[in-house]
Design a protein around this ligand. Structure first.
Ligand code: NAD
Length: 218
C-alpha cells in the first residue's frame, strides 16, 4: 500500500482528524495539512502547517493519490478558505498524473441556501468546482466528487451544540433526530475516495433528512 498517499486539509480537528485516522487504519500513508499542529503521532502520518488560502505557504508534497479538501471555516474568510483554498490545494496537489481521487467537503447549506451568506456561497462554489475538477482529472483515470454534510458533531458547531434551547429546536427540525459523527463522515469520504471507481462529478447529501423536512400543503 506504499504508493497510496492521502493528503487531507484541515486534518487537525473534527472531520479532517477522523478522516486521517480512517485512512491510516486502512493502511494508507497520510499527509495532514492545517494552520494548527496535530496531536496525531502515528507512523505513516506526516503533518504540515500551512494555510490553504495562501498558496505560497503550501509545501511541495509529491505522489498524492487522494486529495481530501476538507479545511473550512465559518467566519469572515469563508470564501478565501472554503472555496479559494479548495482551488489552491487542487491546483497544487490534485491536477497531477498520480491523482486517483479528489473529495471536496461542501455542505448541506450549498443545497438549501441556509446559514451565513458567504459560507453558503463558498460551499455552492465548491459544488460547481467539483464538477469542473472531475473533467480535469478524468484524463488521469481519477474521480472528483463532493459530500454535503448537514450537522456534524464538531467544534465548529459549539455555539448551538452547547445551547440547550437551540439544540432542542434543531432536533425538532431533523427527521432522524441526530447529527452525524466525524467518524461517520470519514467513512463516507474513504468510500468515495478509495472504494468508488465509477462515480464522478457528483455530490452526496448526508444530513439526517434535514433538507427534506419541507411542509406539504394540499
Ligand atoms: N461540522 C459540521 O456540521 C459541518 C457541516 C457541513 C460541512 N462541514 C465542513 O466540513 C469541513 C470540516 O469541518 P469541521 O466541522 O471538522 O471543522 P473543525 O473546525 O473541527 O476543523 C476544521 C479544521 O480546518 C483547519 N483550517 C481552518 N482554516 C484553515 C486554513 N486556512 N488552512 C488549513 N487548515 C485550516 C482548522 O484549523 C481545523 O483544524 C469544513 O469544510 C466545514 O465547512 C462541517
Amino acid at each position: 500500500m506504499d504508493n497510496k498517499l492521502a493528503l487531507i486539509t484541515g486534518a487537525s480537528n473534527g472531520i479532517g482528524f477522523a478522516t486521517a485516522k480512517k485512512f491510516l487504519r486502512e493502511g494508507w500513508r497520510v499527509a495532514g495539512l492545517d494552520i494548527l499542529p496535530s496531536s496525531l503521532e502515528e507512523s505513516g502520518y506526516t503533518h504540515y502547517i500551512a494555510d490553504v488560502s495562501k498558496p505560497e505557504t503550501l509545501p511541495d508534497i509529491g505522489g498524492v493519490t487522494a486529495l481530501i479538501n476538507n479545511a473550512g471555516v465559518q467566519n469572515a474568510n469563508d470564501i478565501d478558505v472554503n472555496l479559494r483554498g479548495t482551488i489552491n490545494a487542487t491546483e497544487k496537489y490534485g491536477l497531477r498524473p498520480d491523482i486517483r481521487a479528489v473529495v471536496n467537503v461542501a455542505s448541506a447549506s450549498a443545497h438549501t441556501g441556509a446559514e451565513f451568506a458567504e459560507y453558503t456561497a463558498s460551499k455552492g462554489g465548491v459544488l460547481a468546482y467539483t464538477k469542473h475538477t472531475a473533467i480535469q482529472v478524468a484524463k488521469y483515470g481519477a474521480t472528483c466528487n463532493s459530500i454535503s454534510p448537514g450537522g456534524v458533531l464538531t467544534a465548529l458547531n459549539a455555539p448551538v451544540m452547547n445551547d440547550e434551547k437551540k439544540w432542542e429546536k434543531i432536533m425538532s427540525l431533523t427527521p432522524l433526530k441526530k447529527w452525524a459523527t466525524p467518524e461517520e463522515i470519514a467513512d463516507w469520504i474513504f468510500f468515495i475516495a478509495a472504494v468508488n471507481k465509477s462515480m464522478t462529478a457528483e455530490d452526496i447529501l448526508i444530513d439526517n433528512g434535514e433538507s427534506s423536512n419541507f411542509h406539504f400543503v394540499w
